[in-house]
Write a protein that binds this ligand. Structure first.
Ligand code: XIL
Length: 628
């Protein structure tokens, strides 16, 4: 029996404000960077620029996707102390207030740095500078005390290149201990904040700069200097590429007894290559338990400090890029939960199977991506590979007719047309594939005569809306791009026998998901893609998907949608002190702890709901589904 479970989401940070606010809708909560990162106790943040807080596209994306905020410039030295001992928190507070009023945490950036110093500080040296620096650290950390999750206490204190030395700067020239005294001052001012050392080009553990920071952290830990974390800025581009040993670098820092955070991530590039790099960085963080979270250095490419590199997760129009989907999938443990299908269904179709050399890989890829497709098999291949028809059926594919020998059907007599179709029906039935209800004519060549022959055999004739061109040598990227044109109700033509087609599946599925589309079946009534019905569900399998409903200060509603079976048993597990106080559209029973509710159909369909009194615990329930 196949059981699939979907851990539902962690707390909606909004509720932490204690305000009666509307929680984001289910789709957002289940499929955003912040919510997905929260499932493993991590955060996903962005740099925010105060000057953009009245750009609605910007704030909409930032609010929806991120649960940690860093002020891009507003808490730096020149911004917060423009004149010596005259502190100005106007812009910093705008960012901080936006973060807290939207339920987000704050990283503080940065208290001591050679760059973006106010003019007066640039002109100081010696004891006067040391004292001014310590006063700055103390004042700013005190102003934000209690509001900051982690401070970048010291930024960029090491030199690039092979020396492993400190960077020469006015601060460094006040004495080598300037870093540790800054950390001690920050701890005294805000004991609740994690204190980080933050730098760039410390991503490759074999580089001298990285080794020098490792040595400093080791020394600080051994001498009790209060350091809690290392921030890796992670600005990657052709001059500073993402190293293959990035995860080892994270684990090396973590092994010193500090947390690690990816603090300013951006990666030059576009498309699949950029997406894969974001995936690598995300997976590296997920692999290290002391990696607390990831912050990207801006929302859209056009918000980036390096816009020409298009290094972020959203394009200039605010659309999700491939890099976004890759990051989200990685945060979700390799794949994103089934989407809410808010924009409808499309049909993935594969012609000309089954083939011993290719069908197993195709089915594996579809299964791994959690989707079902329609297989237009030829009768001759079905007869020769009966076991593969059975494999298609048990993977939950819809099995359809593509003629027996793949001829140009319109050149045939009516009797020969009929023979092509009926022999295929028989071959598929004999192989355990059920009775097909759909027919796709080879080459898409059809006319009224052929369609009436088909309908006489109980077959609806369909062609396609989008041609992937895989038969014509299209690359994986081109196939993915073609699928990107699918809209609700449409189907795409692909084939069983091409490696490029199989390789396209994960990206096609991510793209559909990001567009609120689901892979569905082709309706034998209309020939259009629709939601799967109970036709040929994968045996024993069902999927239960949790989503948030309305919420109030003391309770929230949840909803579970079941797909893949109509006879199901779903367990819903809540965490103490939560209690389910009402249910609808299911028959329910409870275990002895009262934390595990078992729900079965009560004649109201495949979606049911309940109300959780949360008692302060905002964790969302876990749901599992078993088909019975
Ligand atoms: C950058 C900002 O993004 C720009 O707007 C500003 O002009 C310069 O600083 N390392 C850091 C960040 O720690 O503070 C820098 O931010 C990028 C490099």
């Amino acid at each position: 029996m196949i059981r699939r479970s979907l851990a539902a989401l962690a707390a909606a940070a909004l509720a932490a404000t204690g305000l009666a606010v509307l929680v984001p809708t289910s789709a957002e909560a289940a499929t955003t960077l912040g919510a997905s990162a929260a499932q493993t106790g991590r955060y996903f943040g962005t740099a925010i620029s105060a000057g953009k807080l009245n750009d609605a596209t910007y704030t909409t994306i930032a609010n929806r996707e991120f649960d940690m905020v860093t002020a891009e410039n507003e808490m730096k030295l020149d911004a917060t102390e423009p004149n010596q001992n005259q502190f100005n928190y106007t812009a910093g507070d705008r960012v901080a207030n936006w973060a807290t009023s939207n339920g987000k945490r704050l990283r503080g950036h940065t208290l001591a740095w050679h760059s973006q110093q106010p003019g007066w500080m640039q002109n100081l040296s010696g004891t006067a500078l040391r004292n001014a620096m310590l006063n700055h650290v103390t004042q700013v950390a005190t102003h934000y005390r209690g509001k900051i999750y982690a401070w970048d206490v010291v930024n960029e204190a090491f030199a690039d290149g092979s020396s492993g030395a400190r960077r020469d700067s006015n601060l460094q020239r006040t004495g080598n201990d300037w870093i540790e005294v800054s950390f001690r001052a920050a701890r005294a001012a805000d004991p609740g904040a994690k204190l980080c050392y933050n730098d760039y080009n410390i991503d490759n553990v074999d580089h001298a700069k990285t080794k020098a920071v490792v040595a400093m952290v080791r020394d600080f830990k051994s001498r009790g200097v209060p350091i809690d974390c290392v921030g890796l800025q992670a600005h990657f581009n052709s001059g500073n590429p993402l190293p293959s040993n990035f995860q080892t670098t994270l684990s090396t820092f973590a092994g010193l007894g500090v947390d690690v955070q990816i603090t300013e991530l951006d990666i030059q590039g576009s498309g699949t290559d950029q997406a894969n790099k974001y995936r690598q960085v995300t997976n590296a963080c997920l692999a290290i338990s002391r990696c607390n979270g990831i912050t990207v250095w801006g929302v859209r490419d056009t918000d980036s400090w390096r816009p020409g590199d298009t290094p972020l997760l959203f394009d200039g129009n605010g659309n999700k890029k491939a890099a976004y989907t890759a990051t989200l999938d990685a945060l979700n443990g390799g794949s994103t939960p089934p989407s809410d299908c808010r924009n409808g269904y499309v049909a993935l179709t594969y012609d000309d199977g089954p083939n011993p050399g290719t069908t197993p890989a195709l089915l594996n890829a579809l299964r791994a991506a959690g989707v079902r497709a329609t297989m237009f098999n030829t009768g001759q291949n079905a007869a020769a590979n009966a076991a593969l028809i059975a494999a298609q059926a048990s993977a939950g594919m819809w099995i359809a007719n593509h003629s027996y020998t793949h001829p140009h059907m319109l050149t045939l007599s009516t009797a020969a047309m009929s023979s092509e179709l009926s022999r295929t029906q028989t071959a598929i039935q004999n192989a355990g594939g059920g009775t097909p209800k759909l027919f796709r004519p080879p080459y898409g060549e059809t006319n009224a005569t052929l369609e009436s022959v088909a309908s006489g055999l109980g077959l609806k004739t369909i062609t396609w809306d989008v041609d992937s061109q895989d038969w014509n040598g299209a690359t994986t990227a081109q196939i993915v791009q073609a699928a990107g044109r699918l809209t609700n109700g449409q189907s795409i033509l692909m084939h069983d026998q091409y490696a490029a087609t199989v390789a396209a599946i994960p990206q096609i599925v991510s793209d559909l998901r990001s567009r609120g589309l689901c892979a569905g079946m082709i309706s034998p009534a209309t020939g259009r893609a629709v939601a799967p019905d109970a036709t040929n569900p994968p045996p024993g399998g069902c999927t239960a998907t949790y989503s948030d409903g309305q919420s109030w200060p003391d309770r929230f509603n949840g909803q579970v949608a079941v797909t893949g079976a109509s006879n199901w048993t779903v367990t819903v597990t809540v965490r103490a002190p939560q209690r389910i106080i009402a249910t609808w559209n299911a028959a329910v029973s409870w275990d002895t702890t009262g934390n595990v509710m078992t729900a079965r159909p009560n004649g109201s369909g495949n979606t049911f709901g309940f109300t959780v009194l949360h008692g302060g615990n905002q964790t969302r329930p876990t749901v599992t589904c078993t088909a019975t």
